[in-house]
Design a protein around this ligand. Structure first.
Ligand SMILES: Cc1cc2nc3c(=O)[nH]c(=O)nc-3n(C[C@H](O)[C@H](O)[C@H](O)COP(=O)(O)O)c2cc1C
Length: 362
């Protein structure tokens, strides 16, 4: 099943293997424009049915890490246009993952020195990389966030919509809204972080209000079937606290996305392996609620593991991350049952071609 095509009303993908979004920090922080090395990296991996780009910040304040290529201005869009042209020429399809880091950030990463944007004033108990006096990146506690005002929340929605519009100008086939992994949209969902008492805090509908406003604004720019939304149920990364009612929370969102005929719901099983557990009730509940393409991600390394969940009907597509870093020809290797090369975690974030574009093919 993994090698069969997948289609919705807007797109046809040549196989069901998705390259998962992976931040690699290879752009210059000053302009955040994708460079030739980034073009080559994605071109090498165009056999995936769909590539989802690394998280691309929708504004300067949305940045939470050094050297992430972004998508808020025309120069950045022009850089991404080179990437999408190379991927298309190699027969692939590509979404941009649009991203706001929120409190997982530091004032030193923002051109104007602004504090991280927060759902609340609660700081993230995690670190990011901040340049020292000599520009050398050093692990540093995330900064003290400032609570977004209602006016600023409107601005965030507009930033996502603008970035989605630029993504289409840059030739992307669609966009994924990064609603997972403890970043801004996930911070609003999390009741332990979001202590607001306005329309964006309290009830589930209020805590998901910002995400759904972003979904509606982005879908208006690119078309609902070209939108993916990423969630990480049970994920505790970036200082998140366990959702008190995951079996209520995520199916509620899935129903909202289904009503809007959103193309894809992307689920990442961070840390615990609920996604492959046939006895776990979340995947069946999501399948009942959402009739678009469900993408499952986290720890998939064999065709048998991918096919098991596809055949069960719990997912339509499988996203694979780390194996794609070290195997540019991953699709071919899986198809021919060839051994996979090991990845080097030391070169995941930042640096040059080493550990980025120099992994060999079969
Ligand atoms: C180097 C690296 C960078 C990542 N960056 C992102 C990102 O920008 N956005 C995102 O949603 N997930 C990100 N992730 C998570 C991956 O998309 C994926 O969910 C995770 O690696 C699990 O899949 P795997 O077991 O196939 O690697 C990143 C993971 C890695 C290893």
């Amino acid at each position: 099943m993994l090698f069969s095509s997948y289609a919705n009303a807007a797109l046809t993908l040549s196989n069901r293997i998705v390259m998962a979004p992976m931040t690699r920090c290879r752009a210059s922080h000053a302009d955040a424009v994708p460079n030739d090395m980034i073009v080559e990296y994605y071109r090498q991996r165009a056999d995936a049915g769909l590539i989802i780009s690394e998280g691309v910040p929708v504004s300067d304040r949305a940045r939470g890490y050094l050297n992430t290529p972004a998508l808020w201005n025309d120069a950045q869009a022009a850089g991404w246009a080179q990437v999408t042209a190379a991927v298309h020429a190699a027969g692939g399809k590509m979404f941009a993952q649009i991203w706001h880091c929120g409190r997982v950030s530091h004032a030193a990463l923002h051109a104007d020195g602004s504090a991280p944007a927060g759902a609340s004033k609660q700081a993230a108990a995690t670190q990011t990389m901040v340049p020292d006096a000599n520009g050398k990146p050093v692990p540093t506690d995330c900064g003290q966030p400032e609570t977004l005002s209602l006016q600023e929340i409107k601005g965030v929605v507009a930033e996502f919509a603008h970035s989605a519009k630029l993504a289409m100008q840059a030739g992307f086939d669609g966009v994924e809204i990064h609603g997972a992994n403890g970043y801004l949209l996930d911070q609003f969902r999390c009741p332990a972080v979001n202590n607001r008492n306005d329309a964006y805090g309290g009830s589930l509908a209020n805590r998901y209000r910002l995400l759904l406003e972003v979904v509606d604004a982005v879908a208006a720019e690119v078309g609902a079937q070209r939108v993916a939304v990423r969630q990480s149920p049970y994920g505790l990364g970036n200082g998140m606290v366990a959702d008190p009612e995951p079996l209520k929370t995520y199916p509620w969102l899935a129903r909202e996305l289904n009503q809007r005929e959103i193309g894809f719901l992307h689920l990442y099983c961070q840390m615990t392996d609920w996604i492959r557990d046939a006895g776990h009730s979340l995947m069946p509940a999501l399948r009942d609620a959402f009739h678009g393409g469900i993408i499952a991600c986290g720890g998939f390394k064999t065709v048998a593991a991918c096919d098991a969940i596809l055949q069960r009907g719990h997912a339509d597509l499988i996203a694979i991350g780390k194996p794609f870093i070290s195997n540019p020809d991953l699709v071919e290797r899986l198809r021919s049952d060839a051994p996979l090369s090991k990845w080097d975690t030391a070169t995941f974030y930042g640096g040059g071609a080493k550990g980025y574009t120099d992994y060999g093919t079969l």
